[in-house]
Design a protein around this ligand. Structure first.
Ligand code: MN
Length: 295
């Protein structure tokens, strides 16, 4: 009898581990977090602007505590009671301190003080970390240079972090979703190659414009969903609602602002860039409507 119980305990332990793995490996379960409620502070594209991120977090009531020396520095971020941050992605590239931005965001996600979704720049940087052949353009060269002084252990931690992020998060009983470049209502609750592409790049035509950049369309102008969509990806002069969507990328790395949307208050908190880290190739603003769009 004793042996039986022992065997049963072992079986139960293995089953529990196996089921936990299935849950963690299910990308749909990682994105469908409708059971999670705010209040939230949703933060736009940081792009290596660690100084502005620290200022913004402090303004929002988060306590940012660094310890250790450069190279071995670690950071702890204590949120105001009951609040959590959500990062819309594009943590790296263009700005001066991408490793420090990662230290802050990884620490917050690991402690439960934040959620994060990846941006197209983060995914490309992950490909570089994985040893893939990627073009070091659009500020990736700076991130690569900044990572020269970082340890293998830190690089591995960053790889692990980006690999496990949900491609979008759907929250608050379905009332709110956060995705880097946006998401369509019918994609909520699903994860596929198409959903992943839309979350990372938005609606694109597959062609490039006169600046050599992919042509984007203003998907938000056509959005009629009941879920509020908060996204970044396209720098705009100021965050403003378009139907039930809001772009909170206000181009900090280009000398604009780093913006946060307080939810459910729907207030914008914006910190001015300390300087222009990179000159934008394309002017700020929403992209044009998709040809034939019904708005
Ligand atoms: Mn971006």
């Amino acid at each position: 009898m004793k042996l039986n119980r022992h065997v049963r305990d072992i079986v139960r332990t293995y089953l529990t581990i196996a089921m936990t793995d299935i849950e963690l490996d299910d990308p749909r379960a990682r994105s469908d977090r409708r059971e999670v409620s705010g209040p939230f502070d949703i933060i736009g594209d940081v792009h290596g602007c660690a100084g502005e991120l620290e200022t913004l977090l402090t303004r929002l009531g988060y306590d940012v505590r660094w310890s250790g020396t450069p190279g071995t520095a670690s950071v702890e971020v204590v949120p105001p009671a009951g609040r959590r941050a959500i990062f819309v992605g594009d943590l790296v590239d263009r700005g001066p301190r991408s490793p420090d931005v990662l230290r802050i965001v990884m620490s917050m996600v690991e402690s439960g003080a934040a959620f994060a979704v990846p941006g197209n720049h983060d995914v490309k940087f992950l490909r570089w970390l994985d040893g893939k052949d990627v073009k070091p353009t659009h500020g990736l060269d700076r991130t690569i240079a900044q990572f020269e002084g970082e340890t293998k252990a830190f690089r591995n931690r960053v790889r692990e972090f980006f690999t496990t992020l949900p491609i979008y998060v759907w929250l608050e009983g379905g009332r709110l979703a956060v995705a880097h470049a946006g998401i369509k209502e019918e994609m909520l609750g699903r994860v596929s190659g198409e959903v992943r592409r839309f979350c990372l790049y938005g609606e694109t035509s597959g062609e490039t414009d006169e600046f050599g950049l992919p042509i984007r369309y203003h998907w938000a102008a056509e959005y009629r969903g009941r879920t509020a969509i908060v996204y970044g990806h396209t720098p705009v002069p100021a965050a403003g609602w378009v139907h039930n969507t809001i772009c909170i990328d206000t181009g900090c790395c280009f000398g604009g602002n780093l913006s946060a949307l307080r939810w459910p208050e729907r207030e914008i908190v914006a910190i001015a860039a300390e300087r222009v880290y990179m000159v934008p190739v394309r002017p700020f603003g929403h992209p044009p409507l998709r040809p034939g769009a019904m708005v």
